[in-house]
Design a protein around this ligand. Structure first.
Ligand code: PEP
Ligand code: MG
Length: 538
């Protein structure tokens, strides 16, 4: 039996045969004698790749949604990129084989992107490798589709977005990769598909693993290959238990989230785009507590228009059928950079030009978004909140700005909601400490514990090396949480938590005791949380 471990990204136990996902061979023939023929081969392969990607785009759009399809669109853009094409042609002119030229050019460009500071651009390295692998496969005449004869566990070095969308998803029991982070595309997909999965494992990937039995323990992060009888029995029992727990949660569907002593708490969902709505409904959320609106600005070449934003917000609001939707305004900056924003590179981006700071200095961007949000508010209850607030001055400026937008829209003849709440994210120590003053200005607080922890403990939340120190249970964070809710209630407004900590089941009692009115979490976390609330003695 081989035993190893990795970082779990979704809980549960999966047992099945291994399917090793093979990347394209890199042992390529270097030289070719006929330059003209190689150029022709390259252009023909490019055409085929175009057709494949276009078909994939359409399939993805239909099966998964616009956001995922956008990833394919970015790849089509890379395929057509002139630098990429000219680099390949130049190598062919120097006598290289077409597949070798594609592989080397793709590798050089991917290495360049991976070296950039910007997290978004860094991630594009995977798209470039994906594109060049596809071209190489076409040039080598090898099969570009990966097939699984039976349900099984997919083991890979890493999976690119276009690889994951092509997989036969109903056959996958778990993902196990050597690379990837808990926010990688594979990890996100695993969570959405409820698949116990591990990233950053120490597994030695070799073809001889194919067909061998593997167990993935998404609770502990361990995996076993060729498990012995004792391990198999133990894991089968754990799997059965996990399944029973999930089924047991169904009894909490549709129930009010009220503790034994009658404390009511709203259990809302966090989402990033319209496609996530189906998970909100499946998860039985009572509303949307955080729509991370910046996702509507990512993966594109230019700013979305007011109409584009409006139609997306409207779809979410209508989809929630009268349940409240809290839209957070654009939180671009820090790890979420977008080319067309033309943001300078910064020494300390998390402390830099981000969130509300951009909106307050670039009012046109803010105006377009606020107009779209207010227009959507005519179709159901909408609340708006602003990220990265540090002062009363900012809030006053925002309120004045929003009043102006409402006036503008009425004059333009638009119908808008009359009771749109304005709230703030409390995610800086400054906002927490002056929350008594801020509470007098707004309708609600939503605590972003991811950033509040980062800024309170002075620990970069993106740095995996600091995981050991990143302690969201730190007394400094918990004291701030108490201060925030107390100050909210003194001013007669409600307070919720929308950072990852809200889903921490070991803190549900604490949050109820503190008096929080809302917890907003990933859709799949709602039912476990509701069980905790209903069974709480607090
Ligand atoms: C937070 O900071 O806790 C939060 C919810 O916002 P984000 O994770 O998008 O920064
Ligand atoms: Mg935040």
């Amino acid at each position: 039996m081989i035993k190893g471990s990795g970082r779990p990204v979704y809980d549960g136990v999966a047992i099945g045969p291994i399917y090793v996902y093979r990347k394209v061979e890199t042992e390529l023939k270097k030289n070719a004698s006929d330059k003209k023929k190689e150029l022709e081969r390259f252009h023909k392969a490019k055409e085929t790749a175009h057709e494949q990607l276009q078909a994939l785009y359409e399939k993805t759009l239909k099966d998964i949604g616009e956001e995922q399809a956008g990833i394919i669109d970015v790849q089509i853009m890379f395929l057509d990129d002139l630098d990429f094409q000219e680099g390949i042609e130049a190598m062919i002119e120097q006598g290289c084989d077409a597949a070798f030229a594609v592989h080397e050019t793709g590798d050089a460009q991917a290495t360049f992107f991976a070296s950039l500071d910007d997290e978004y651009m860094k991630a594009r390295a995977t798209d470039i490798r994906d594109i060049s692998d596809r071209l190489v496969r076409i040039l080598l005449g090898s099969d570009t589709t990966f097939r699984m004869a039976t349900p099984g566990i997919l083991v890979a070095e890493d999976l690119t977005p276009s690889e994951t969308v092509q997989l036969e998803k109903d056959k996958i029991l778990a993902f196990v990769t050597r690379q990837g982070s808990s926010n990688s595309h594979t990890a996100i997909l695993a969570r959405v598909m409820n698949l116990p999965s591990l990233v950053q494992t120490n597994i030695d990937i070799e073809l001889s693993l194919n067909g061998r039995t593997m167990i993935v323990d998404g609770f502990s992060g361990e995996y076993y290959i060729d498990p012995d009888e004792e391990t198999m029995n133990r894991m089968l029992a754990k799997q059965k238990e996990a399944k029973a727990v999930k089924e047991g949660l169904e009894q909490f569907r549709g129930k009010p989230s009220v503790s034994k002593k009658g404390r009511k708490i709203n259990l809302f969902a966090n989402i990033g785009n319209v496609d996530d709505l189906k998970y909100v409904i499946a998860g039985d959320a009572e509303g949307i507590g955080l729509l991370r609106s910046e996702f509507l600005y990512l993966g594109r070449d230019d700013y979305p228009t007011e109409e584009e934003l409006f139609s997306k917000y409207r779809a979410v609001v209508e989809g929630m059928k009268g349940k409240r939707v809290v839209i957070r305004t654009l939180d671009i900056g820090a790890d979420k950079k977008v080319d067309y924003f033309k943001l300078d590179s910064e020494e300390n981006p998390a402390l830099g030009y981000r969130g509300i700071r951009i909106c307050l200095l670039e009012k046109d961007i803010f105006r377009t978004q606020m107009r779209a949000i207010y227009r959507a508010s005519a179709f159901g209850p909408v609340s708006v909140m602003f990220p990265m607030i540090i002062s009363v001055k900012e809030v006053k400026e925002i309120k004045e700005f929003c009043a102006g937008i409402r006036e503008e829209l009425r004059n333009d003849g638009y119908r808008i909601g009359e009771d749109t709440e304005l709230g703030i994210m409390v995610e800086t120590p400054a906002a927490a400490i002056i929350s008594d003053e801020l509470a007098k200005e707004v309708d609600f607080f939503s605590v972003g514990t991811n950033d509040l922890t980062q800024y309170t403990l002075a620990i970069d939340r993106q740095n995996a090396k600091l995981d050991y120190f990143y302690d969201a249970h730190h007394p400094a964070v918990l004291r701030l949480l108490k201060l925030i809710v107390d100050n909210a209630h003194k001013a007669g407004i409600w307070a919720g938590i929308c950072g990852e900590l809200a889903a921490d089941l070991s803190l549900t009692d604490t949050f109820l005791e503190m008096g929080y009115d809302e917890l907003s979490v990933s859709p799949s976390r709602i039912l476990p949380l509701r069980k905790n609330v209903i069974e709480s003695e607090v």
